[in-house]
Ligand binder design. Sequence first.
Ligand code: SAH
Ligand code: SF4
Ligand code: F3S
Length: 437
Amino acid sequence: MKYYKVVTYGCQMNEHESEKLCGILEKFNLIQTDDESLADVIVFNTCTIRENAERRAYGNIGALKKLKKANKEKIIAVGGCLTQQKGKAQELKEKFPFIDIIFGTHNLSEFEQMLNRRIETGKKFIDVSTDEYKMPCQVPVKRSTYPSAYVNVMYGCNNFCTYCIVPYVRGRERSRTPEEILVEVQGLINEGYKEITLLGQNVDSYGKDLNPKVDFSSLLKMVASIDGKFRIRFISNHPKDVNEKLAETIKNNEKICNSIHFPVQSGSTNVLALMNRRYTREDYLKKIKMLRKTVKDIAITTDIMVGFPNETEKDFKQSLSLLKKVKYDGAFTFVYSKRSGTKAFDMDGHIDESIKKERIVKLVEVQNNVNKKLAKKYVGKTVEVLVDEFNTACGYYMGRDERGKAIHFSSDRNVVGEFLQIKITRADGISVYGEIV
Ligand code: SAH
Ligand code: SF4
Ligand code: F3S
């Protein structure tokens, strides 16, 4: 065995778990490759948030049938959120009998033993039982996002938004202790990482399950007290839980980026109630006001979807008007996707696909216009960016300011991982370009 490949499908949490899977695979002295025909071990780290994520995984796994037939020694493993949906492991097993290992997010830390067992005994292995949701914290991580690094602060979700599968596949909220998180962050800073992104499905719930209890703002302060020049980001917050303490904490700590991901989901109070989001349009807008008042020039991004069951034309228009009113610095726009096992799945009033399509096109158009206007506003400003990468496709370096805006510029030397002052000289659509000051 010489090579491995890990395929990622989902959110940042999923991406970070792929980094852990890579870390485990490198313990077997395997080398990463993109070439599936070359890889001796292929791991699909699936996502099931929307049907298309699931479909993609099914397609990719199915496409391996030939390769596996040609080389029976190839080990194929499927993990991630999809396998933990009720009945899916069995379905995968039946549809793709050539899969060697099926595991879940809760037992990712045992992937090493599972792979060992498969290598030693040649036997197939399935374990997606979810009696115990373990936290995969003590596993090696092969990071792929330098100069940024992900750090899990908690796992699971207790919110049960009616459209969402996450609580069913990831279990209840479990927080890591501040001590453990601080040790990991300190280690990353010592290694030269310049940006830490704290991960949780709802970071505002952090620490409620710990004894003694700790809240997220206190954790942020602790992380910010670590010496060195670095940035702190975090995802995601839940609007029902965001409070002034958090806003003050962002404001008062230089290292914490003036930026928040603040997923609204819908601009209509009626739809929000059906979604079990536990805030109204008005509550949400009040919090936006509070955030902007407390934290000067805070960047606010969101998630928003169209076509939730019973969403009327009027409800949809309220989503459009919310985007125009808030002028988000970025919005991830989704078409509602039916997930079996969730409350919304069984609701009456599912919306026609053709209407959903019409709505998403309009939604994206409104946000695009907002994005373009915001990009223009950047011209003439000088901002500090942390340089992420050199983009070979466009020939520019790309860095982000603390508001998370991607900024492109040229440099004669490799500046990845450096903090630089960039003067923005032009905007082209939603992209902005500048030069090193
Ligand atoms: N815990 C995070 C992320 C959840 S998943 C949060 O609450 O913000 C990321 C986004 O996917 C959600 O914010 C939501 O907008 C979207 N999403 C979740 N379930 C969905 C579904 N069934 N159909 C369409 N979009 C969905
Ligand atoms: Fe899903 Fe809601 Fe939990 Fe986010 S807060 S993971 S949208 S249930
Ligand atoms: Fe993330 Fe997808 Fe699971 S969005 S939490 S990998 S269902």
